[in-house]
Structure formats: C-alpha cells, structure tokens
Design a binder for this molecule. Sequence first.
Ligand code: ADP
Ligand code: MG
Length: 320
Amino acid sequence: MSIGEFELIRRFFNRPPRRFDVVEGIGDDCALLKPQAGKCLAMTVDTLVEGVHFLPGTNPENLGHKALAVSLSDLAAMGAAPAWVTLALSLPETDENWLGGFANGFRSLADHYGVELVGGDTTRGPLSITVQAVGLVGEEGALRRSSARWGDGIYLTGELGLAGLGLEILLGNSALQVPEAVAKLERPQPRVNAGLSLAGFANACIDVSDGLAADLGHILKASGVGATLDWTALPMPSPVRQYIEMGGDEWMPLRAGDDYELCFTVSTEREDALVSRMADFGSSCVRIGRIDQQMGLRLRKGGGVFDMAAMGYKHFTNGA
Ligand code: ADP
Ligand code: MG
C-alpha cells in the first residue's frame, strides 16, 4: 500500500468522538461504549462485495453512503435508534481519491443520524465492505417480524421499484433515462425516522432489501399468517409504470430488491392515528394490503386474485 494502514485510518476515518456514550473510539484494541440503561442493543452486520452487491467502478462516495445505509436500514426495521458502527474494509490497493470519496459518503450519512464510527479493520484483498451497526431500542417497542396479526393493515414507506429500475438501467436492459432511479439504487435513504415513529406502535416490520414479495413473505412466515396485496395501491412512481408499459417485467416492483423502504403492519384500531404519528417524525406511508388468516401471499389485480406462489415463486426469489 502506498500509505500505511495506520496512516490510512488516521487520515480517512479517525476523529475525536462526538457522542457522549463513546468512552473510547478508534485507536485501542476495542471500542468502549456506554449503553443506555434499560435499552436493548440492536446489532446487525452486512457485507457488500464488488461484483456481487455493487458493480465494479461504482462511485466511491455512493458506496460509502450505501454501505452504511443498508445497516441503518436494518436498525430502522427494528425501530432502533442508530448509535455506533464499525467498518471492515478489504481493499485491493490504497487509492487515496477512492478512500476520500468513500469516507465522505460514509461520514455524511453517519453525521446526519448522529452515528459514530468507533472501530474497524483494514486489510488488503478483493474490494469488500462490512459494516456492523448497533442501535438502541426498548425491549417492548422493538419491531419484530413475528408479530403481524390477522386484520392488520400492511403499509409501505416511500415507493416501489425505483431501485430495481436503476439496476435495469445500469445493466443496459432499459433505455429509459431516469437519474433518480440510479440514485435510489446507489444512495438509498434508510428510513430511520419512520422506524423510530413505529417503535411500540406497529406490530411487525421488515426493510425491503430482497424485494417486497420475498420480504413480506418473511413477516408472514414468522407470524403464521397470510396477506392480500392490492396492485392499484402499490406506490409505483411514473418511470416504473413507464418501464412496465414499455414491456418490462411487470412483477419487477414486487421482486426487485434494494428499495430499502419499510414494510410494516398496524392493528386496525391504530390505523387512524398512523399517518399523523409518522408525519410528526417527517415520514409517510401508504396501505398496500391486509393480513389474512389464510396462509400465503395473494395479489388483487384487474378483478382477479392471484396466488403469488402459484404464479411461480422464482419470480419473487432473488439469488443474492
Ligand atoms: P487490532 O490489531 O487491535 O485489530 P488494528 O491495527 O486492526 O487493531 O486497528 C487499529 C485501530 O484502528 C483499532 O481501534 C481499529 O478498530 C481501528 N480501525 C482499523 N480499521 C478501521 C477502519 N477501516 N475504520 C475505522 N476504524 C478502523
Ligand atoms: Mg485489526
């Protein structure tokens, strides 16, 4: 490496801790952290590998943002407030421009949510980025996959299919020019505030990283219930509708991952209060269906009800 490991950490990642609950940050054998009394630690780790989770040549600033965003999205899906992260980098070479961009993207998102980078590891190897994130959540308020109940409304933050369209564009499978679709793929916004507004209020929650059908499927399986979605209620932005009208895969919005929206369920008696509660946290959502007693996932579309498993489950699974 042209600059040494310790110089690299000092230049791009180390700075004095900003959070009061970081007793020792980067620089010792371990970070020392002071969790809030009475809270659970919510802990998650995700790895992004070049050529598997992102295309070679991806802009480093976007990559720094996304590497952190996917972990913050998992914390949001539990209703946890993000606190601390560690970062393990495997780098083929020390490219200072690349590192500067990556560190910027990572740091701006961390600063936006008051998250502190407290440690990590740096090695030479194929480009791969691992982020471990820790958040804080009350035990009672945590949003699990297993708590959906019959009759619950099923809701989604944001819109569906834009990141999937972004990938189709980058792969050269769509001639549409939609910069916001590529931006949604490369710089997803973790729904941290939505997650905080739902803690102790929603019944079940998951973040949409592998596609709505697959991820909602996890809630249904863990909760022992089924669901029916309403095609007309799915919040698809106009470029996604255009993509479908031009002959693109009409199931893409249900199948494609990387949207990083939250899908959650709310008891009927709480549905009236939901919108204003989320608005207080600067978030919004739409109802896309309802939890049923009958197992399985169904879609109401054009006067019919389709069993999504019978339509070919391979439409809704995703290799990554
Ligand atoms: P150790 O030998 O104890 O594992 P290292 O030499 O790997 O320590 O790292 C030195 C310090 O720098 C540690 O505090 C570690 O957490 C931190 N660190 C290493 N790489 C990174 C990174 N990419 N981002 C943030 N902190 C890092
Ligand atoms: Mg180490």
